[in-house]
Design a protein around this ligand. Structure first.
Ligand code: 13P
Length: 256
């Protein structure tokens, strides 16, 4: 069954104390009633992951993910973090191919494909991000861009692999800008992704794959986005740094 999911991407934010305070607040606000059937994931900076996992060890409602992993298991890659390292902390998932990594760190669909493989080989779910830039949106060929990201990043993965891959559509022009895709714009793209998934993996498998929306998703617009038939949840940036806002978004997903 397709899961409702709300994931918070903290990006390069919070000091250690701020991170641990935020986790403590989320632990008390994300109650069974708020969470319901929604899968909740938080993605703190990597240096805090170990302590965050320990803090949540008895919490059944909040899963923990990393923001990136390297293509290799280990080796002379100063400053990098591998999927086996993340797995050894008992993490649940890793974000792959966020647009900021594509934009600032040269990640490509091909490198994302390798990283998704690393995640799956290490029993981590992969949250694979796709989405067009403003120029691509304006040019009108955004769907081609998004479907190429899908085709190239997911090349070679099987229907079974898709049990552990979550897609996140994040239009680059809506990230951190306060400008959200309208529910109709987002639904149009999500329906296009879903149609591609049906063609690539078959109808049954495609119906089980969660596709999240990300880009200025806030408590005020979450419900109308989540009401769209092909939007299964959200990947939340700025609003995930406030326990109250993130909790309100989770609640909107649970109730939609
Ligand atoms: P904002 O919610 O801050 O726009 O960020 C979205 C995002 O990039 C989540 O990965």
């Amino acid at each position: 069954m397709r899961r409702k999911i709300v994931a918070g991407n903290w990006k390069m934010n919070t000091t250690y104390n701020e991170a641990m305070d935020l986790v403590a607040e989320l632990k008390s606000s994300l109650t069974e009633e708020v969470v319901g059937e929604t899968g909740v994931i938080i993605t703190p900076p990597s240096v805090f992951l170990s302590d965050v996992v320990n803090e949540l060890v008895d919490n059944p409602f909040i899963a923990v993910a990393a923001q990136n992993c390297h293509e290799q298991d280990n080796g002379a890659y100063t400053g990098e973090i591998s999927a086996p390292m993340l797995a050894s902390l008992d993490l649940d998932a890793v974000i792959i191919g966020h647009s900021e990594r594509r934009q600032y760190f040269g990640e490509t669909n091909a490198s994302c494909k390798v990283k998704i493989g690393q995640a799956l080989n290490n029993e981590l779910a992969a949250i694979y991000c796709i989405g067009e830039t403003l120029e691509e949106r304006k040019s009108g060929n955004y769907m081609d861009v998004i479907l190429s990201q899908c085709a190239e990043g997911l090349e070679g993965f099987s229907e079974e692999d898709m049990d552990n891959i979550i897609l996140a559509y994040e239009p680059v022009w809506a990230i951190g800008t306060g400008e959200t895709a309208s529910p109709e714009q987002a639904q149009e793209v999500h329906a296009g992704i879903r149609a591609w998934l049906v063609e690539r993996f078959g109808g049954e498998a495609a119906q089980d794959i969660s596709v999240l929306y990300g880009g200025s998703c806030k408590p005020g617009n979450a419900a109308e986005l989540f009401a769209q038939p092909d939007i299964d949840g959200g990947l939340i940036g700025g609003a995930s740094l406030s326990a109250a806002d993130f909790t309100a978004i989770v609640k909107a997903r649970t109730e939609a």
